[in-house]
Ligand binder design. Structure first.
Ligand code: Z5A
Ligand code: MG
Length: 232
């Protein structure tokens, strides 16, 4: 028995990591997610990029209509659709990670909680907003690309969709920065968000992200982080 075990390379049975990039609109999430993906490819490590909202699914198309102001939706209803859009991807994320593929997500549940809470609707507070996220896979690392909304607004293509206004962006930024300070029950997921200055050039930011992500991925590869946790 032990002879057989000796023949099995434990590294082959390691799970992949689950890494999330968060940030304001136009903060560079998609650009950086792609660059990170390339690093994995260059290192010959299996990787899969995902993005939320995933506008390709029927639920994602409803979200797209809302963001483009084609349809109106009640705040709770759109919040639950954003969450459902993550839930419909859970089986895929878990399967990929279990087979050793690292998943890089361009936004995940922190966006869901923060953007809805930032609307300031007293009936949709932070605690309510995070309830539908309970049970989702919990990322191994969440990096918030922090940038002044005035700077993101100067980047092309800003202002066409819902939430793309200065006031909302300021509130979202503040909420993301405050996540680590919040004391809401025993949910420690927020405290894991790493706020990174994303004001540098594309390559500079990519390097800073990789410096954070690489050791965490290596820890996952060594089996030090155990199995993928869930949000509680
Ligand atoms: N939302 C929500 O309410 N609830 C949820 O649960 C979820 C999301 C998941 C759409 O999100 C909206 O959905 C969003 C949150 C809400 N709110 N709004 N408004 P999205 O992810 O589909 O789209 P987005 O984040 O709003 O925008 P984006 O265009 O995808 O931005 P980005 O990915 O962060 O940026 P980018 O495409 O990488 O870069 C933007 C431009 O800047 C581009 O021209 C780049 O070449 C340039 N760029 C990138 N990095 C740099 C640097 N370092 N320097 C200079 N220029 C740069
Ligand atoms: Mg993007």
């Amino acid at each position: 028995m032990s002879a057989i075990c000796d023949l099995i390379d434990p590294a082959e049975h390691r799970r992949g990591a689950f890494i999330v990039l968060e940030g304001l609109d136009r903060s560079g999430k998609s650009t950086q997610a792609k660059l990170m993906e390339q690093r994995f490819v260059e290192l010959n490590k299996p990787v899969k990029g995902m993005r939320f909202p995933d506008r390709t699914t029927p639920i994602g198309q409803m979200i797209d209509g809302y963001l483009k102001s084609k349809v109106e939706m009640e705040d709770h209803a759109i919040h639950l659709l954003f969450s459902a859009n993550r839930w419909e991807a859970v089986a895929k994320i878990k399967a990929l990670v279990a087979q050793g593929t690292t998943v890089i997500a361009d936004r995940f549940f922190h966006s869901g909680v923060v953007y809805s809470a930032a609307k300031g609707n007293p009936a949709l507070n932070y605690k309510w907003a995070r309830a539908p996220e309970i049970g989702l896979p919990r990322p191994d690392m969440v990096v918030f690309l922090d940038l002044n909304p005035e700077e993101t607004a100067r980047r092309g293509g800003w202002g066409a969709e819902k939430y793309e206004n200065g006031e909302m962006q300021m509130r979202v930024r503040q909420l993301f920065r405050d996540l680590g300070k919040k004391d809401i029950g025993d949910w420690s997921g927020e405290k894991e968000v790493i706020v990174l200055d994303a004001g540098g050039g594309i390559e500079e930011v990519a390097e800073a992200i990789w410096e954070l992500v690489r050791p965490r991925v290596e820890a996952v590869e060594r089996g030090e982080r155990g199995s993928l946790k869930t949000v509680f």
